[in-house]
Write a protein that binds this ligand. Structure first.
Ligand SMILES: [Mn+2]
Length: 348
């Protein structure tokens, strides 16, 4: 496996100088953040990021993410032109050494949480989603602002988008994903880039919005659209894992054995009785997932893709981007390194 770390560029309070000091750290996961979805990434921005990483003994070879424009997901407007821009961005990233591009196909909102700084008994804070806090919220009726939602949309625009997705439904979203993949994957193949789709987080409908990258049946369907290692998964244990019906260990084993995991997001979550969940420390005994079994499945199937410690808690008084502080993610990386070393030695 290749250990990696997400970095948000110059505005990130966590520096590359610090990231490089985490044992076994090799790759930086980042993106060009100053252009909107649907626009071409300036080559200078990609080149600058690659150079900054290189100057710190790291490699910028994973992009997270190239966002997919809502009109591509909705199949409306200038879809073909937007997909062509997307392909051009893949070509440009590849030119500067990128090997893996993460993206998602979630309507309107990325991840959904109700609170970003829930305090645990030990004083650490983390992201949570409590159904109790979701109850009664209706974005079609009320002006609601959940953390992490794109604030560039007005409430009216959000309502329009939710209605548009309601009209196309799950099958419409599948059709638009298929159209996207059939154009994008051949370009990725040419560029020797692996596209890695991130599962929906959480993997079930929110506010009636269709969600399709959610479970084994749907992952099978997605991978079959274009049967190529360039059409792969970013298997996020914490996203798939917050549906108790997903057997994450079995999914990891199956898709890694088939060489369809390009990127692993490794984190733990604690599922509560009512289906709410909290992002916990990475260790198995902190949450609902067995991180040892997940790592063992990767090692036994010869996984050689990228791994990053996903969201960490905020600990030791650190402030910054929720889920993306240095300290707890570094602890996560150290723990994951340990799991891999033990599993690899046992597997010899
Ligand atoms: Mn993730």
């Amino acid at each position: 496996m290749k250990m990696s770390f997400r970095w948000y560029g110059d505005s990130d309070p966590v520096s590359l100088e610090y990231i490089r000091q985490i044992p076994n750290m090799k790759s930086i996961v980042s993106a060009v953040y100053d252009v909107k979805p649907g626009e071409v990434w300036p080559e200078e921005s990609i080149a600058k990021m690659a150079k900054q990483c290189e100057d710190n003994g790291l490699v910028f070879d994973v992009v997270e993410s190239i966002p997919v424009h809502e009109d591509i997901k909705l199949g409306r407007g200038e879809v073909d032109k937007l997909i062509e821009v997307y392909c051009e961005n893949i070509r440009r990233c590849a030119k500067y050494g990128v090997k893996c591009v993460t993206y998602n196909f979630m309507p309107v909102f990325d991840w959904t949480r109700t609170q970003l700084d829930k305090k645990a008994p030990d004083g650490s804070t983390s992201l949570v989603m409590y159904w109790e806090q979701m109850k009664g919220l209706d974005p079609l009726k009320d002006d609601i602002h959940l953390p992490g939602w794109d604030s560039s949309y007005t409430q009216d625009e959000v309502r329009e988008l939710i209605n548009a997705y309601g009209e196309i439904g799950e099958e419409g979203l599948w059709a638009n994903l298929e159209r996207f993949l059939k154009k994008v994957i051949p370009v990725a193949e040419e560029c020797e880039v692996r596209m890695a789709i991130h599962p929906d987080d959480p993997p079930y409908p929110i506010f009636g919005l269709p969600r399709i990258i959610t479970n084994e049946e749907n992952l099978d369907r997605m991978l079959a659209i274009v049967d190529s290692p360039a059409n792969s998964l970013c298997l996020c244990t914490g996203s798939l894992g917050c549906a108790a019906s997903n057997d994450v260990v079995a999914m990891v084993r199956k898709y890694s054995a088939a060489d369809r995991i390009a990127f692993m997001h490794m984190r733990n979550i604690l599922i509560m009785e009512d289906g709410s969940f909290e992002e916990s420390g990475h260790l198995s005994n902190c949450g609902s997932l067995d991180m040892y079994d997940i790592t063992k499945a990767l090692v036994e199937t010869g996984f050689d893709g990228y791994v990053r410690p996903d969201h960490g808690r905020m600990i030791w008084g650190e402030t910054g981007k929720p889920g993306y502080g240095l300290y707890d993610r570094a602890l996560g990386a150290a723990y994951i390194n340990g799991l891999f070393e033990a599993c690899e030695k046992a597997n010899k």
